[in-house]
Design a protein around this ligand. Structure first.
Ligand code: SF4
Ligand code: SF4
Length: 646
């Protein structure tokens, strides 16, 4: 039987050196972690956060490691191997410490298994650091000032692993008298002289404690800030920050500065959030704006924000075009392994541009339309829903006992193509016998506010929300259905912050519900279909199953490479529909090509904006494909045996 001997073969003063270094590194880690996060509460905040559900959710996400494999296998492998190697070494050290100081013999099988795992850990660290150095060197442009820091840190991990192997080999000789299967490396690593062992020992402990001490001061801080970002933001991806409360401001007459032009004007959390960025590029890899050759890279944007001095104007390094190029699709946030909220920064910057009236004609027109007409399409609001009368749809005033408010939306109300979608949806409701449970707002419906908020005009957004709140209260609206994922997102995630609680359905969810309840039946079909999942439905709100449930049986469903939560933007979100952006290619053309790549006869859309963008792209490219909303497909395939009620 063999057992662990502390400080084997080392002089007695080693004890003092190791524990002094351990104390110094622990103090440095705690002190600088507190300083790094003090604006949001420092160490007490972080310690309290450990006992929350979000901390456990973070642990689960981290252990699954799925974010690290999104888009880039090499980066995922490097991170996983490094974390595995360091994790095993850390656990082994902890176990040794616990057994040694509790005076329990650390021997037998546990001892042997850890000897074995330490070899595996060392190999993992060596492979990951070499691959990591390779990966960073071939992408040097991304790292800028962080490049040498990264290389030095990886060399530090490499040194820990190599010296660890030397220490292990020395111990193996002592415990077993020669190589053993419990340490496969002992067969290939020669037995070190005592001098080599001695030097390796000190290099090992100095590098370990140095790396621990500098975690909050270097790029390693992503470990602390990635966790902080996760536990501190408990908002769905689609929910923006509420920087002020318009009602209170009106009451108090308080002056408000909208947006942030420098770090010092950001919220305390946003001041440190960007510092978690490791320049891994997982955000840029999926950004539709970058892919279209727009002047935006989410990685570069976050780097500029992180590197900016506290009072320096962001716009000295960031161009206005960069800020307007974002569609707020959220792909960057979905992919970011350290949970940075890129869109929050984009909108803060937009708010500051709105505050300084730095808007071009088209953006001004949108705001003017929202202010003067009450809709985003420069149309008179009077008679907005008159065309629905012929379809037997009543207003809330005419049908006060309605159960569901059908939010027709600006596109659904005025755009001819979107009206077809609404008509189809109404036909389905009629077939299900639900028309008398539905009402619309008629002239009282205005915009939901989404384009104003995404454009950065927070005051206008809040005005619209408060106006809608009054109308919803007037008609006692509890349930709302919309064909627009932008309205869906803001009603579901943002309106509750204004005291408006609604049961919100996207029409895909409602159609799936009708199907599951047997209120409609669909004929079997044999066309080849593909789905374009809207960002604000699938990614921001994780609604991916209902549309697939509905389409099941209607034909062969061919998923594009980017589907569900990993969908690709159509180019209209973030108010982009209303203004022009400098670009080399249209985002909608890129998306159309991806969808055409499936070879499907029909592209199924779930948003009137996506439908408009893709239809326009198909016309330009003369693509032979049908582009239909889910409601239209359902209306076309309602089986004759289904109940039909007026
Ligand atoms: S913002 Fe996130 S995803 Fe983008 S480079 Fe930084 S760490 Fe990576
Ligand atoms: S939200 Fe979309 S468009 Fe905007 S930076 Fe992120 S990935 Fe790019």
């Amino acid at each position: 039987m063999v057992h662990y001997i502390e400080f084997l073969g080392m002089p007695p003063y080693t004890y003092y050196v190791v524990y002094s270094l351990a104390a110094i590194s622990a103090i440095s880690l705690l002190y600088f972690t507190h300083r790094l996060t003090r604006e949001i509460g420092g160490l007490p905040y972080l310690i309290r956060s450990i006992f929350t559900k979000r901390a456990w959710r973070f642990l689960r996400e981290f252990l699954s490691h799925y974010k690290f494999f999104l888009e880039e296998t090499l980066g995922g492998v490097v991170h996983l191997l490094l974390i595995f190697g360091l994790g095993i070494s850390f656990i082994a050290t902890l176990i040794v410490a616990v057994f040694t100081y509790s005076r329990i013999e650390y021997d037998g099988l546990l001892f042997l298994v850890f000897r074995f795992l330490l070899d595996i850990a060392a190999i993992s660290i060596i492979i990951s650091t070499l691959l990591g150095i390779y990966r960073i060197s071939i992408n040097k442009y991304r790292y800028n000032k962080l490049y040498s820091q990264y290389i030095l840190i990886l060399l530090g991990f490499f040194a820990i692993a190599v010296t660890g192997i030397v220490l292990q080999r020395y111990r193996i000789q002592y415990y077993f008298g020669g190589p053993t299967p419990w340490s496969p490396l002992s067969y290939i690593v020669p037995f070190p002289s005592h001098e080599i062992y001695f030097v390796s020992y000190f290099i090992h402990i100095v590098v370990v404690f140095l790396l621990i001490a500098i975690i909050p001061l270097t790029i390693l801080r992503h470990m602390i800030l990635g966790y902080t970002n996760y536990v501190s933001v408990d908002r769905p991806l689609g929910e923006l920050t509420k920087p002020f409360d318009l009602e209170k401001i009106v009451e108090t007459g308080q002056e408000v500065v909208m947006g942030a032009k420098s770090k010092s004007a950001l919220s305390p959390l946003m001041r440190i959030m960007a510092d978690a960025c490791t320049r891994c590029n997982r955000c840029e890899d999926v950004c539709p704006a970058t892919k279209a050759g727009r002047p935006l890279s989410p990685r570069a944007l976050i780097a500029k924000i992180s590197e900016a001095p506290s009072n320096k104007d962001f716009f000295e390094a960031i161009s206005e075009d960069e800020v307007w190029a974002c569609t707020t699709c959220g792909a960057c946030m979905y992919n970011c392994p350290v949970y940075i909220r890129h869109v929050d920064y984009v909108v803060e910057l937009r708010r500051s541009l709105v505050f300084e009236s730095k808007l071009d004609q088209k953006k001004n027109d949108l705001l003017l339309s929202l202010g003067q007409y009450g809709n985003s399409l420069m149309q008179p609001n009077y008679g907005r829903h008159d065309w629905l009368r012929d379809l037997g749809v009543k207003t809330a005033q005419e049908n006060p006992a309605f159960e569901y408010l059908l939010w027709v939306g600006c596109m659904g109300s005025y755009d001819n193509r979107a009206r077809q979608i609404i008509k189809s949806f109404i036909e389905v409701l009629r077939s299900a016998g639900l028309l008398d449970k539905i009402a619309v707002l008629g002239d009282e419906e205005t915009c939901c506010g989404d384009p104003a908020r995404r454009l950065g005009e927070e005051s206008r957004y809040q005005e619209i929300v408060l106006n809608n709140k009054q109308i919803f209260e007037k008609y006692n609206v509890k349930k709302i259905i919309t064909i627009c994922p932008h309205g869906y997102n803001t009603f579901k995630n943002e309106y509750p912050k204004f005291g408006i609680k609604l049961e919100v359905y996207h029409h895909s969810e409602f159609l799936a519900k009708l199907l599951e309840e047997g209120k409609i039946k669909l004929a079997k079909g044999n066309v080849a279909l593909t789905i374009h999942d809207p960002c604000y439905l699938a990614r921001h709100n994780k609604v991916v199953a209902p549309q697939r449930i509905v389409l099941r049986g209607l034909g062969e469903l061919r998923e594009p490479a980017r589907a569900g939560e990993r969908t690709f933007c159509c180019g209209a979100g973030g108010a982009n529909y209303w203004y022009d952006v400098k670009e080399e290619r249209r985002i909608s053309h890129i998306r159309l090509e991806q969808l055409l790549g499936t070879g499907a006869d029909t592209i199924v859309t779930l948003c009137p904006f996506c439908n408009a963008m893709l239809s326009d792209a198909a016309r330009t490219k003369e693509a032979k494909v049908a582009i239909k909303d889910l409601a239209e497909i359902v209306a076309e395939n309602i089986s004759a045996s289904a109940p039909r009620n007026a």
